[in-house]
Structures are given as structure tokens and as C-alpha cells.
Design a protein around this ligand. Structure first.
Ligand code: CA
Ligand code: CA
Ligand code: CA
Length: 158
């Protein structure tokens, strides 16, 4: 009996250590962030403002692991989603706008970014499978969007 109880207690604590951070209702937890996949569509700049109003930012994808998680969700939802990248400052120089950093990891679709739209494509959305991956898009287009909140922003009081 004592052995079983001990196993239970150890199991409980291991579970706590492995668990990702807790997230608000409607947000998904993965590694050290919480993610919100919108049901509404917005222009990129409005999506950015909504994420900030939700105490987060448009998602910034730093690793292959984070990208796999995001792409998997998008493929299930089968829609395009804005992410927090733009080359509006210098054409062809893609940056994460929330942290103003250059991209260390990218997952562009084949032949993207192509700046296809004559009005320029300075914002990035992610397309669902079968031709999944990142695409530069006209910032005024309507798309779903993904917000990310980290532990710092997630637990701000007030
Ligand atoms: Ca991130
Ligand atoms: Ca561009
Ligand atoms: Ca494009």
C-alpha cells in the first residue's frame, strides 16, 4: 500500500515537472508558451493589435519544434493564419515584429516569399497542407491569426 502511494506521489510530481505552462481558457499550451488560434479573420495590423489587447503578440516561431506544433494545428483547422513576421521596413528583410529580431528559423513554402501581389506582400501567413508552409501575403488581406503569450505576459496581474 505504501509503495503504491509513493508511486502515486512520485508520478504526480513528475507530471507537474513535465507539464507545459497553464493557459487561459481557449488557449493551447505548448512548451513555454500559450497559443490562441482565432476564429475570426482580420488584416495583419488588426490581428497584431488584437493579440496585444489579449496580452500577447502575433506568434513568433523560433524553432522546428514550435513550427511543427503550429503547422499541425493549422492543418487540422485547414485555414491560413497570420504570424508575427513582416518585411515592411526593408523589402526582403524578414523580421519578427514583436521582438524586432531577424529570423533564425524559417519554413517558407516552395517559391515563397515571392512578393506576388503588385501592392507588395509584406506580411506572413501560414498555409495548411497539402502545400503547407509560410507565405508572404498582402497585409490588407483577411486571414485568421495566431497569438502567443509567454509566462511573462500570461501572468501579468491587472
Ligand atoms: Ca515563439
Ligand atoms: Ca515584401
Ligand atoms: Ca507570396
Amino acid at each position: 500500500m505504501a509503495k503504491i502511494l509513493l508511486l502515486f506521489i512520485v508520478g504526480f510530481y513528475i507530471d507537474k515537472i513535465d507539464a507545459a505552462i497553464p493557459c487561459r481558457s481557449g488557449w493551447l499550451s505548448h512548451a513555454n508558451s500559450c497559443y490562441f488560434f482565432s476564429r475570426d479573420t482580420q488584416t495583419w495590423i488588426l490581428a497584431k493589435m488584437y493579440c496585444e489587447a489579449f496580452r500577447g503578440h502575433l506568434v513568433e516561431i523560433e524553432t522546428v519544434f514550435e513550427n511543427s506544433f503550429i503547422q499541425h494545428q493549422i492543418n487540422n483547422l485547414n485555414k491560413s493564419f497570420w504570424i508575427g513576421a513582416s518585411d515592411v521596413e526593408v523589402e526582403g528583410e524578414w523580421r519578427w515584429v514583436g521582438t524586432d529580431t531577424t529570423m533564425s528559423f524559417t519554413h517558407w513554402r516552395l517559391n515563397e516569399p515571392d512578393s506576388y501581389d503588385p501592392e507588395h506582400e509584406n506580411c506572413v501567413d501560414i498555409k495548411a497542407a497539402p502545400v503547407e508552409g509560410w507565405n508572404d501575403e498582402n497585409c490588407n488581406a483577411q486571414s485568421n491569426y495566431i497569438c502567443e503569450a509567454t509566462e511573462d505576459t500570461e501572468f501579468v496581474v491587472g
